[in-house]
Design a protein around this ligand. Structure first.
Ligand code: HEM
Length: 525
């Protein structure tokens, strides 16, 4: 059975069911609650004013203003109209949209002691079993244990330990590009999944239809659907979670419970796989093995924390890293000059071999391409929302406790005061002569989020992205597809909406630069 298709249909039907059957009841119950919340929470406090924002209705607030597609565009329009902090309210939920790096840095980085919580987990996410994911957990002791474990294995000073896995899998990807370039989108995704499964569980992916990769992909896609605001009735009316599954129009609950069962199978299955291998003395080095061994040597890390935190790496790391790699391939089809300049740099640094990690410092133009790809379309254009734990104020504006904080990373990366002609793809904006110009703001300060919640996978993602770009550009030309008459067709620059925003599927031709390069790739076997 094609379960992905099943989930897609189900999600679409659920939205319809919500509109038809729950909406009237929802309006009545929520209207009363929202009215009270409105009066209780969104009043002007301490003589300060709330930040400006689009006009809101008394009960629904800005519910109908919240965009469901290309959110970053509407948010940027609001920032231009209302300022760097925009206030929104959806029923009783307050939202602060941060439109500039200065404000995000001031609040989320410098005041991270009170800006590092997450929104209360929506009932739909909870029902589907995702409430123990580091990415959505509140700022509590359980979260901090998991975050610390995660960081220890992915920090800059440790991440070089993962290079053998990255080299092996990236070389495998080059061989796939050589053999069957048309499947480059899936092959790239598969490679990133394989790298993470190996680093986290010591699991070696050997087939193109690996069951753990497929489950991980399905769950990742499900997570993206579940986290979408405004889709699930139960999030607006939590009492619906108690509806029995035999009740009409409760397919959404069946969906959530099915996800929870799949997730549990995956989390426990992968963890137990390492435990069994450890007992039998066959375990490969991995993050899970490392912490289980620390426990054997006297540490006291809760197994539940190791197990659940490990499964986050796949969910949080695959599609996000893919946004950069797919974004890079897409931009290369459109910017032939950039590609040529990068290849010249590579040919100077490694004339007759594939690049290695240690070349990174000598390849500033490749680094600049990576920065420009991230700036051009940040993989998480609105980040992951934070939650303000205490009343606060900034430049005369009242910022109420409990507000959901949404950093509009896309707008920050397209700020024309920092990035001249932001709608032109130009890695040279980050160069000064033959080096990186450190006076230009590095988009990686924004695209990986902020403060104590900043992405802990950043060191791995940066290293993998650099290594993929350098290896691919050394061996291949990335060219636009051809139409039936042999003319080049430049693929559209369009991105999926939602928390993780990938380029929509596109085509390109990946062609070895020469027979010598093809041979270099073959020799990696
Ligand atoms: C290009 C690749 C990536 C991008 C653009 C990215 C982006 C982000 C962003 C924007 C956040 C939210 C930060 C915030 O709340 O302010 C985040 C969180 C997170 N990322 Fe990444 N990420 C990437 C790769 C990875 C990888 C490879 C891993 C794992 C190996 C990972 C694991 C996580 C985790 C666990 C969190 C939650 C952190 C927390 O809530 O404390 N990410 N990422």
């Amino acid at each position: 059975m094609n379960t992905t298709g099943y989930y897609d249909d189900l999600a679409a039907n659920l939205q319809q069911a919500f509109n038809k059957h729950y909406f009237d009841a929802l309006v009545v119950v929520i209207a009363a609650t929202a009215f009270i919340c409105y009066n209780l929470f969104t009043y002007v406090a301490k003589g300060l004013k709330l930040p400006p924002g689009p006009p809101r209705s008394l009960i629904f607030g800005n519910m109908y203003d919240i965009p469901v597609a290309e959110e970053w565009k509407t948010y940027t329009k609001w920032t231009k109209k209302f300022g760097d902090i925009v206030y929104l309210r959806v029923f009783g939920t307050k939202m602060l949209l941060l439109g500039s790096y200065q404000v995000a840095h001031e609040l989320l980085d410098k005041r991270s002691a009170i800006y590092s919580d997450r929104p209360i987990i929506p009932p739909m996410m909870d029902l589907a079993g995702f409430s123990n994911s580091v990415t959505v957990m509140g700022n509590n002791a359980d979260y901090r244990v998991r975050r610390r474990l995660f960081e220890q294995h992915f920090r800059y000073s440790f991440v070089h330990n993962h290079q053998p896995v990255q080299i092996r899998e990236t070389h495998k990807l080059l061989r796939k590009y050589l053999k069957s370039p048309d499947t480059f989108l899936d092959d790239t995704k598969h490679t990133i999944g394989a790298i993470i499964l190996d680093i986290v569980y010591g699991y070696r992916v050997t087939s193109d239809r690996d069951p753990w990769v497929e489950t991980g992909e399905r769950l990742g896609a499900t997570f993206v659907k579940l986290i979408q605001p405004g889709v699930w009735a139960v999030n607006a009316l939590p009492v619906l979670r108690y509806a029995p599954t035999w009740f009409p129009f409760t397919e959404w609950k069946v969906f959530a419970l099915t996800c929870a069962a799949h997730l549990k199978n995956q989390v426990h299955g992968q963890f137990n796989m390492v435990k069994t291998a450890m007992r039998e003395g066959t375990a490969n080095p991995s993050m899970v093995l490392r912490y289980l061994e620390e426990n054997e040597n006297g540490a006291d890390i809760p197994e539940k924390a190791i197990m659940e935190m490990a499964s986050d790496a796949y969910g949080a790391g695959v599609e996000t890293t893919l946004t950069l790699v797919h974004g890079f391939l897409l931009q290369m089809t459109k910017n032939r000059d950039v590609q040529r300049k990068a290849q010249e740099e590579l040919d100077r640094v490694c004339p007759d071999r594939l690049p290695i990690f240690d070349d990174r410092k000598k390849l500033p133009y490749i680094e600049a391409i990576g920065m420009e790809v991230g700036r051009w379309h940040p993989g998480a254009p609105q980040g992951i929302p934070h939650r303000l734990e205490k009343d606060d104020s900034f430049e005369g504006k009242f910022l109420p406790k409990g507000s959901i904080i949404v950093p509009n990373i896309w707008a920050m990366c397209h700020d024309e005061e920092i990035y001249k002609y932001p709608d032109v793809f130009d890695p040279d904006r980050f160069m000064k002569g033959d080096s990186i110009d450190t006076s230009v703001r590095d988009p990686r300060q924004m695209i990986f989020g902020f403060g104590r919640r900043q992405c802990p996978g950043r060191p791995l993602a940066e290293a993998q992205f650099f290594y993929t770009m350098a290896s691919v550009l050394k061996a291949f030309d990335i060219l636009p597809p051809l139409d039936t008459e042999g003319r080049e067709v430049v693929p559209p620059d369009v991105y999926r909406s939602g928390i993780v925003s990938l380029p929509l599927p596109f085509s390109c031709r990946i062609i070895p630069r020469s027979s010598e390069m093809a041979e270099l790739v073959r020799q990696t076997e």
